[in-house]
Design a protein around this ligand. Structure first.
Ligand code: PEP
Ligand code: MG
Length: 594
């Protein structure tokens, strides 16, 4: 019988495929595909880890004090037995061979299968053995981590050669932004997670991949089993497990319709974005990796409005990227954009974008109590001055190859501005001393906290441009964790306080003749296009796949009608309804009735 699960729609369209599950684990587990040549290496890692754990357990048992209760020794026997049981390590090899999972993923996938079998057991004693199994698996995962990853995490490895012909969708309790990045160019045609909010970074990466996704679907990863057929309705936030043939047919029809719509919109890609009354509007791209730049050009972006460089710092088994490596990445993007501006944001780690497991330990900022309010973004960079200067030098050096703009995340204090400008001056001096060419880049600030929006006239004295990060501005204005599905219903871009802060920021920047853009998710959401135009915004930055739909809105907009509408919307208790009435928008398609 089919099951329906509701969550938050975060990336539009319909995906139909077989489920690939990522099990949740108490140990931080990396998930990636290994290619054919790495399979034996992964199996060897697993074998080594098993031998290591067997050794540990044997020593533990040998050294038990004489007065220890006999159950303890018996328990260790059980653990040793489980460790050598084919259903754990043998079947784990199967996941590595057949699915090309890395050893940790394969082990946690098998653990999930076994845990479900234990849960269904009648016998209470046997049911309780699940905890032992989990402990053994946990020991194995830790041993795998100690033994090191399989060389570099193979970003290029993709699941092309497993799973037969069926399309695949990924189902997980949670997927870290780092894992999402691994899957960016892989075979998955959709995502479902139990947790997460609409602008969590996991959702943002899903959107950047332009594949249907639902987050905050709570029980999804428990209800869905490996290989189940799943429909992901990314418009309605609905997941249907094991659909009936009629429902499947209906959704296949919807899928074809949305592909046709996409192809139709795509024809706009080289049309300049100009409103009906002749106002030119810049539509730029948000990117995460250098490899995203060609897609930005292809989508008709007139520049990169936000390069989230922190993604270069993820999925690394050792060091963070140094100046040379970063410089090569930035130069690649600048050259790919063929003379169009590239806005490079300094690293914004922290909150829901933690650094990779190993690096983060070295850098000591692992377990902040409240990471969204903790050492993230510019605060983190200023606390790591040499790393910060390395990044600034790398960005400056890339400016010798095209138009580069430097963007600072989450600035809130004047002291942060001063320290940053000092670091920049020092980086420039170092480059000048070394005879390295660079250009005097424009410097901008993200407006992401209410304090920055309220201080704008002062901030504008220090910056050439500002970019409004609505994702964080909403989070910090409303005190709603953007990654927490439990409060996702309160995360409201239509909140009058949010709209007023955005409108004021745009108005003040325009009055000061400084460039202002929006690079948060509101920029790529067609519901807000007319309203942002009415506020005076003429520069939007979004995922490349969203550009065509926003351009269509721009082409149909007439800014002469906007002034009176803006006042009404800003004064309204229910801005969303007021805005819809004013601009007569058609709504998103409803879910198929089943
Ligand atoms: C934002 O906060 O709106 C933004 C664009 O930055 P990020 O989503 O990377 O935090
Ligand atoms: Mg932000």
């Amino acid at each position: 019988m089919s099951i329906q699960v509701f969550g938050l729609p975060v990336s539009r369209g319909v995906a139909i495929g077989r489920a690939v599950l990522i099990a949740s684990s108490r140990v931080d587990v990396a998930h990636y595909f290994v290619d054919g040549s790495q399979i034996e290496g992964e199996i060897e890692r697993l074998r080594t880890a098993r031998d290591l754990v067997a050794g540990e357990l044997t020593v533990l048992q040998r050294d038990l004090p004489a007065e220890a209760p006999p159950e303890l020794s018996a328990l260790l026997d059980v653990h040793l037995m489980l460790l050598h049981d084919e259903t754990l390590t043998g079947a784990t090899k199967h996941w590595i061979r057949e699915r090309h999972y890395n050893a940790e993923w394969a082990l946690s996938a098998q653990l999930e299968v076994l845990a479900r079998q234990f849960d269904e057991m009648e016998d209470e004693y046997l049911r309780e053995r699940k905890a032992d199994l989990e402990q053994v698996a946990e020991r194995l995962l830790r041993a795998l981590a100690r033994g090191g990853g399989s060389a570099l995490v193979p970003a290029a490895a993709q699941a092309r050669d497993f799973g037969g012909e069926d399309p695949l969708v990924l189902v997980a309790n949670d997927i870290s932004p780092a894992d999402m990045l691994q899957f960016k160019r892989s075979v998955f045609t959709g995502f479902v997670t139990d947790v997460g909010g609409k602008t969590s970074h996991t959702a943002i990466v899903a959107r950047s991949m332009d594949i249907p996704a639902v987050v905050g679907a709570r029980e999804a990863s428990h209800l869905i089993r490996q290989d189940d057929w799943v429909i992901i309705d990314g418009d309605a936030g609905l997941v249907i497990v094991d659909p009936s043939p009629i429902v499947l047919e209906e959704y296949r029809f919807r899928q074809r319709q949305s592909e046709l719509e996409r192809a139709r919109l795509n024809r706009l890609r080289h049309t300049p974005a100009v409103t009906l009354d002749g106002q030119p509007v810049q539509l730029m791209a948000n990117i995460e990796l250098p490899g995203d730049a060609p897609a930005a050009l292809e989508a008709g972006a007139v520049g990169v409005g936000l390069f989230r460089t922190e993604f270069l710092f993820m999925n690394r088994t050792g060091d963070l990227p140094g100046e040379e490596e970063q410089f090569e990445c930035y130069r690649t993007v600048v050259q790919s954009m063929k003379g169009l501006p590239v806005t490079i944001r300094t690293v914004d780690v922290g909150a829901d974008k933690p650094l990779d497991r190993m690096s983060v330990q070295e850098l000591r900022h692992e377990h902040a109590l409240n990471p969204a309010l903790g050492l993230r973004a510019i605060r983190w960079s200023l606390s790591e001055p040499s790393m910060f200067r390395q990044q600034l030098r790398a960005i400056l050096r890339a400016s010798a190859f095209g138009k580069v703009r430097l963007l600072l995340p989450m600035v809130a204090h004047l002291s942060e501005i001063r320290l940053t400008l000092e670091a920049l001056a020092r980086a420039k001096q170092q480059l000048a001393d070394a005879g390295r060419p660079f250009v005097d880049v424009e410097v901008g600030a993200m407006i992401e906290v209410p304090a920055a929006a309220l201080m704008l006239p002062t901030f504008l004295r220090y910056f050439d441009f500002v970019s409004i990060g609505t994702n964080d501005l909403i989070q910090y204005t409303l005190a709603i964790d953007r990654a927490d599905e439990a409060v996702a219903h309160l995360y409201d871009p239509w909140h009058p306080a949010v709209l007023r802060l955005i409108a004021e920021t745009i108005a003040q920047a325009n009055a000061a003749r400084k460039d202002v853009s929006v690079c948060g998710e509101m920029a790529g959401d067609p519901q807000f296009t007319e309203l942002l135009l009415a506020m005076g915004l003429r520069s939007f930055s979004m995922h490349p796949a969203q550009i065509a739909a926003i351009k269509q809105r721009v082409l149909r907009a007439d800014t002469r009608r906007h002034a009176s509408v803006l006042q009404r919307v800003l004064a309204a208790d229910d801005a969303e309804t007021e805005c819809r009435l004013a601009f007569q928008r058609s709504e998103q398609p409803a879910a198929v009735t089943i």
